[in-house]
Ligand binder design. Structure first.
Ligand SMILES: [Zn+2]
Length: 254
């Protein structure tokens, strides 16, 4: 009797291994990153069908293999249908999907938290009515995923003197992991000035529940969201263990 296991997953990417089979890379609630062979998926009559498409959440039944597990059954939990008809939403989702795929690990101890965050992200992105709503969704995701994976961005205290900056002249330095006060920033080359208001905005998004609307949802403009997404994009890219492929795509919808 083959050993089987059940887990909730979200499809991250896939690649061909033969005329009819594909390997699906997924993020699972119980085990972090996993891979499974979808047999016969490229045939028109495949019983797995559309459930193996990217960014679909499934309840999966897998057969444990010596090297590779095989997908036996998949029950769609959410296809996040409204992502697929809007290019902005789709590109943002593919970017966040790549963050999960780059920072996710096998047997990740934080897998449940990451899975739930990614699921909430896709759900909310799917429901977004405006570009600004979609952008806020990306920002929340960028901040929270860095926090969960241990690359938390310091937004309150200067990363060098560890004190709260006493002037409004504050800098952000990717390589130092967060903000710098005016004095400490003096001998740092790679830094950008960051307004206090932007820091407050980001901090609120970081600490509030993913699905909660903050007062910033109305106050923030597309331009501010764009600046922040870009800032966090550079941060995430710097700490990523793998190279990003979706950045050009992200650039195309700015
Ligand atoms: Zn300082």
């Amino acid at each position: 009797m083959k050993e089987q296991f059940i887990t909730n997953t979200i499809n991250l990417k896939s690649y061909n291994i033969s005329e009819s089979d594909k390997i699906i890379v997924m993020y699972s609630k119980e085990k972090g990153l996993i891979k499974g062979v979808a047999k016969g998926i490229k045939k028109t009559k495949s019983k797995l069908g559309g459930r193996m498409e990217l960014l679909v959440a499934n309840k999966m039944l897998l057969n444990k293999g010596r090297n590779l597990d095989t997908i036996c059954q998949a029950e769609a939990l959410n296809t996040f249908l409204n992502l697929r008809s809007d290019m902005n939403k789709l590109f943002y989702s593919m970017y966040c999907c790549e963050i999960v795929s780059n920072f996710g690990t096998e047997n990740d101890p934080n897998s449940e938290e990451i899975y739930n965050l990614f699921y909430s992200f896709l759900e909310r992105m799917s429901e977004a009515k405006t570009k600004k709503q979609a952008m806020l969704c990306v920002l929340r995701f960028q901040l929270k995923i860095m926090d969960i994976t241990g690359y938390s961005i310091e937004l309150n205290n200067c990363v060098k003197c560890l004190k709260k900056p006493c002037t409004s002249e504050i800098y952000f330095a990717v390589e130092h992991g967060g903000i710098l006060c005016k004095t400490c920033a003096q001998d740092i080359n790679k830094k950008i000035k960051i307004p206090q208001k932007i820091l407050e905005f980001l901090y609120t998004l970081l600490i509030e529940d993913f699905n909660l609307n903050t007062r910033y949802d109305e106050l923030a403009t597309e331009k501010i969201c764009d600046i922040c997404i870009n800032l966090l994009k550079n941060y995430i890219e710097y700490y990523s263990p793998k190279r990003f492929k979706t950045l050009q795509m992200l650039e195309s919808i700015r």
